[in-house]
Write a protein that binds this ligand. Structure first.
Ligand code: NCD
Ligand code: ZN
Ligand code: ZN
Ligand code: ZN
Length: 445
């Protein structure tokens, strides 16, 4: 099969090309006029690499009333996301054992329409298991989760030292102890006031210092402010130190506390929304940010009313970024870096994130001239609400390809549950000598 367009995103920019697809992969990149008679002609619609969402909570098997692998992955595909990495469940069961991980893998294999992978959960007493298992990524929470996933003191440090130094240890950085003392001190204050930037920054600084001490790779989840991004990135610098990666979520770029009157109780999220001036500063440091990830955290409207924090977001993430591109607020190469190649690099996703020969043919066909309104009828998540409901977005995703297969066209998902495959994740990004030494040590254990 051949697809051609005047604007295909290749090597960091849009240019005319014809791409050939063989056995689900990009077989060749040719001139625009190559095979003109038989190519699908996208005219001047953009042909982009499909997006990757490295931070979603698909809720299975823990809370299937909120989401399951089929509904969550259909929402992903509709939003141009063909690959996702699922966060560990908190309880019933927490994804912190081999059994719980295997159960998730089985469920996703049978039910997902998009390609999938998992972050393994760190607890106070599974660092020895993590040392033996060495999963491709691990998630730890410094914030209060009322689950075994919250780590304090020595437990966190044990994971820092025992988990493979060149694999990403993902951390939710909010200081649970500081937040609690602020909650006691600041009675009658809001969620946003208690869980301030200060609370997040305190955790980021601790984690950055530990990354330096253990010379290890750390991925900072959903940072909300320029100060946090700068503190996280300060961990990089010494020779041989594996790079730190930084994530931001769409709601910290596209929403602020000014949206709270409109959103009411549904506006609650961890970490909280910030002021408009902080949001503006975050946009200014986007160049230092490695990936955007939705932190898709679906809760039902009734659960939101009862105070559950989190927003559904996997379906609106790439459209929001592309809306910013069409509006001139963001360059297309930045949007693609943050949503496609950045996550593929940060999580070493084999053959994903770029339109290049040999890679999977995961593509988004995008018409910058059209626009659409976010309505509940179009959203596939079980959440049944969105903070962006009613927003008019510029540009429209017309179609999506996953491994060469047309998976979305004209607002419809065209493949069945089970189409999604486990993501292949290579061991390292080509790390330093330091890592090679560590690997040698690890293998003797
Ligand atoms: C997430 C959830 O609901 O699981 N909620 C949230 O507010 N972001 C948890 C998390 O990502 O910290
Ligand atoms: Zn390694
Ligand atoms: Zn989090
Ligand atoms: Zn999350």
């Amino acid at each position: 099969m051949f697809i051609r367009s005047k604007r295909v995103f290749i090597d960091g920019k849009l240019r005319p090309a014809c791409i050939s697809i063989h056995s689900g992969r990009i077989g060749g990149i040719h001139s625009y006029t190559f095979m003109a008679d038989s190519a699908l002609d996208a005219g001047d619609w953009f042909v982009l690499p499909a997006a990757i969402d490295a931070h979603v909570h698909m809720r299975e098997p823990e809370a299937p009333q909120k989401e399951d692998f089929t509904t969550g992955s259909m929402a992903a595909l509709m939003g141009g996301v063909t690959s996702f990495l699922d966060m560990p469940c908190y309880r019933s069961p927490p994804t912190t054992t081999v059994g719980a991980l295997t159960q998730k893998e089985r469920l996703a294999s049978a039910k997902s329409v998009a390609d999938f992978g998992f972050h393994f959960g760190a607890t106070a007493d599974n660092d020895e298991l993590v040392r033996r298992l060495q999963p491709p990524s691990v998630k730890a929470f410094l914030s209060e989760t009322k689950s075994p996933l919250t780590l304090v003191g020595p437990a966190l440090e044990r994971h820092f030292s025992s988990y493979d130094a060149c694999k990403p240890l993902c951390v939710h950085c909010e200081d649970a102890v500081l937040a609690e003392s602020r909650a006691l001190k600041l009675k009658n204050k809001t969620h946003e006031e208690i869980n301030s930037i200060e609370v997040a920054l305190s955790a980021v600084k601790k984690v950055a210092a530990m990354a330096k001490k253990y010379q290890r790779r750390v991925h900072f989840c959903h940072l909300t402010s320029a100060a946090e991004v700068n503190a996280a990135k300060s961990a990089v610098g010494r020779n041989g130190l594996p790079p730190v990666s930084v994530e931001v979520s769409p709601h910290h770029l596209f929403l602020s506390i000014d949206d709270l009157p409109r959103l009411g109780q549904t506006g609650q999220v961890n970490p909280p929304l910030r002021t408009r001036s902080e949001v503006a500063k975050l946009w200014k440091v986007l160049k230092k940010v490695d990936i955007i990830a939705s932190d898709h955290a679906p809760h039902l409207p009734d659960e939101k009313k009862a105070g559950a924090p989190g927003f559904p977001g996997v379906q609106t993430m790439f459209p929001l970024l592309l809306h910013a591109v069409v509006g001139g607020k963001l360059k297309i190469e930045e949007a693609v870096r943050l949503a496609c190649s950045g996550p593929a690099d940060a999580f070493t996703l084999h053959r994903k994130g770029r339109i290049a020969v040999g890679n999977d043919a995961d593509l988004v066909i995008f018409n910058p001239a059209e626009s659409w309104t976010v309505t509940l009828a179009d959203l596939r998540s079980k959440a049944g609400w969105s903070p962006y409901e009613g927003w008019r977005l510029r540009g429209k995703i017309l179609g999506v390809f996953l491994r060469g297969e047309q998976v979305v066209w004209d607002n419809d998902v065209l493949v069945k549950p089970g189409f999604g495959k486990p993501l292949q994740r290579t061991d390292s990004i080509g790390q330093t000598r330091l890592d090679l030494r560590r690997h040698a040590k690890e293998r003797q254990i």
